[in-house]
Design a protein around this ligand. Structure first.
Ligand SMILES: CC(C)(COP(=O)(O)OP(=O)(O)OC[C@H]1O[C@@H](n2cnc3c(N)ncnc32)[C@H](O)[C@@H]1OP(=O)(O)O)[C@@H](O)C(=O)NCCC(=O)NCCS
Length: 322
């Protein structure tokens, strides 16, 4: 594809990627090597994917990047993960053309659908949503609520008052998750297999093989057995993400998980980690209410993530019609 001397092409494996690294988020930079990988093992998603990068160039100069992934073995549709156009050439249709070229490349590779998830609340999102609407993607749907906040500030919240922590923590033995015995972990899995008690998406074994954050990942025992966990991951040097929080149902009533958050945040603050993020699917309304009530007021940033999709085969048919 070419527009006024601009070309849009899939990046070839082995091509230099230095200049492209600054055009996507640190977490996605490894994808620029185009080597097949598991994208989110730390979120319990070990799916194998093939990265796909489409670049915009003019006279050998890089103008923009659309970076995404395609599944290697069935599963969810390919996803566009990040879109970037150099500031001095924005508002000339390059962003829209990059998305178009990304779609075309997927059609060429035999895919019939494409999806994307993005965080609303950032300045560029108006442009991104116009691009999707202009290219006939389905209307965006809310997926998660995401908040970013300083751990030290969160500790000042009434939620964590010493009196409340004593009451809610009674009978719970909190421990760093890294000190959990292998045998204990096997026992919770075996007991779940005998009689399910763990929300599948929040089972700790889903996150095995991904390095959880040893400072702030906390477990709780009750009467000698592990009943809850808060498992976190490093996003970058300054940021830890709360990935997976669970407490056995008979114990979780009335916020018995809160002392685990408290211990986790206390350790983050003591270690000088300046940022924590929480990303909660909208399908967990209790958690959304908890975040809106207690975390959103002290958040530096809070935004919804939205999901969008497009059926590519239908779009290709439409384009073929006279
Ligand atoms: C988002 C981005 C890729 C858009 O690139 P672009 O080349 O300027 O996009 P286009 O020129 O194709 O513009 C697409 C549409 O958005 C509109 N638009 C562009 N900038 C806009 C802005 N700041 N506010 C509102 N609308 C805007 C354009 O008018 C156009 O709409 P139209 O076709 O209905 O007129 C670019 O702004 C960017 O790189 N931002 C920083 C990175 C980022 O945040 N990416 C998104 C998250 S991954």
């Amino acid at each position: 594809m070419s527009e006024a001397g601009i070309t849009f092409e899939a990046l070839a494996a082995g091509a230099p990627t230095d200049a492209l690294a600054a055009m996507t988020f640190p977490i996605y930079r490894p994808l620029l090597s185009l080597a097949p990988t598991s994208r989110h093992p730390e979120q319990g998603d070990p799916r194998r994917i093939q990265p796909l990068a489409v670049v915009a160039r003019a006279g050998g100069e890089l103008l923009g990047l659309a970076l995404g992934e395609q599944p290697l073995a069935g599963g969810p549709p390919p996803e566009l993960l990040s879109l970037f156009v150099r500031p001095e050439v924005r508002q000339h249709g390059i962003g829209a053309a990059l998305v178009g070229a990304f779609e075309e490349e997927l059609v060429r590779r035999g895919f019939t659908e494409v999806a994307a998830v993005y965080t609303a609340g950032k300045p560029a999102i108006a442009a991104v949503e116009r691009i999707f609407a202009g290219r006939n993607w389905e209307a965006p749907r809310p997926r998660t609520l995401s908040v970013r906040f300083p751990p030290a500030r969160a500790l000042e919240s009434d939620l964590f008052s010493p009196r409340r922590m004593r009451a809610l923590g009674a009978g719970l033995d909190l421990f760093p998750w890294e000190s959990a015995e292998r045998q204990e972990l096997e026992e919770i899995r075996a007991s779940h297999e005998r009689q399910p008690w763990i929300t599948p998406a929040l089972a700790p074994w889903r996150f095995e093989g991904a390095d959880f954050d040893p400072i702030s990942s906390i477990g709780a025992r009750y009467r000698g057995a592990i009943v809850g966990w808060v498992l976190n991951h490093r996003v970058d040097e300054r940021t830890v993400r709360f990935t997976c929080s669970f407490m056995r149902k008979d114990i979780s009533r009335r916020g018995r998980i809160v002392p685990l958050y408290h211990e986790s945040l206390r350790r983050l603050a003591a270690a000088g980690v300046p940022r924590a993020t929480f990303i909660t699917p909208v399908v967990y309304p209790n958690m959304i209410r908890f975040i809106e009530r207690w975390i959103a007021p002290i958040a530096e940033f809070s935004g919804e993530t939205r999901g969008v999709r497009k059926r590519l085969a239908a779009a290709a048919d439409a384009a073929d019609r006279p």
